[in-house]
Design a protein around this ligand. Structure first.
Ligand SMILES: [Zn+2]
Length: 264
């Protein structure tokens, strides 16, 4: 069976996988909020209930994830695999997630990065999703024939923590400075209250986005790391780059945005 091609103009949803209930919110929640506010559908798939975490019961964490997804404007489902801190990269898991991809039929898929220095479930899930995206487009896979094959547009990885940013991969920066986006993202992160008792992960992520945005000449940005080279129809999407410096952001900042003098 020939895979269904994803037109760049089709309203194909964004599909985001996370190993734990808060991964997507902390790693790429600003981008999810940006997309949903632009009218595009986003669906989050969480592959454990976070039961091995130091804080929060599984029931609490599921409830937090549901509230966070709603604040980001996304839908949410749990697809449980081996459990928190027990995830293994098994072919059966890739089949399971490939079935999700065939059902949701996304354009862009986001998954945790493959970098090694982070929670071990993150890079394992990233590899499972990469395999799942490949399997989803193979028409002859037994066990997946209930739905037609689907070729995603792009797979990109997000870094849940600064240390999870892959080396040697040029990032794609997404400007999340549009009005209301950072507020929605912040609320989505704050919904994971059980995870904020030991460290202020919200400030950590906002700080990352602020530094990245300022360095690119906008207020806030988040980075994604492509699995494959991006393909464009023209040079138009490349009319902006992240090398514009921070003076422009300083000039556009609302009064009082910078506590002291704007950056020079
Ligand atoms: Zn995690």
């Amino acid at each position: 069976m020939k895979p269904a091609a994803t037109s760049p103009l089709s309203p194909a949803p964004l599909l985001v996988f996370g190993a734990h209930p808060d991964d997507a919110e902390f790693g790429c929640g600003g981008i999810v909020a940006r997309e949903t506010r632009a009218g595009r559908r986003a669906h989050l798939v969480v592959c454990s209930r976070g039961e091995s975490g130091s804080s929060g019961t599984p029931a609490t964490r599921v409830a937090e994830a549901r509230r966070a997804a709603a604040l980001l404007g996304a839908t949410l489902e749990f697809v449980l695999l081996d459990g928190d801190a027990r995830l293994e990269a098994k072919p059966a898991h890739a089949m399971k997630l490939a079935a999700v991809i065939r059902r949701v039929r996304p354009g862009v898929v986001l998954a945790p990065s493959l970098a090694g220095n982070q929670h071990p479930d993150h890079p394992r899930l990233g590899r499972i999703v990469r395999d799942a995206a490949r399997i989803a487009r193979y028409g002859g896979v037994s066990g997946l024939r209930a739905r037609p094959a689907h070729a995603i547009g792009s797979l990109l990885f997000y870094a849940v923590t600064p240390g999870a940013e892959p080396e040697g991969v040029l990032p794609v920066l997404v400007d999340i400075s549009a009005p209301g986006v950072v507020a929605a993202w912040t609320a989505g992160m704050q919904a994971h209250a059980s995870q904020l008792r030991t460290r202020d992960y919200v400030e950590l992520q906002l700080g990352r986005a602020r530094i990245l945005g300022l360095s690119a000449g906008v207020m806030h940005a988040q980075a994604l790391f492509p699995n494959d080279p991006a393909l464009f129809d023209s040079l138009l999407p490349l009319s902006r780059s992240g090398r514009r410096g921070c003076r422009r952001a300083a000039a556009r900042a609302p009064p009082g945005f910078f506590r002291s003098a704007p950056p020079r």
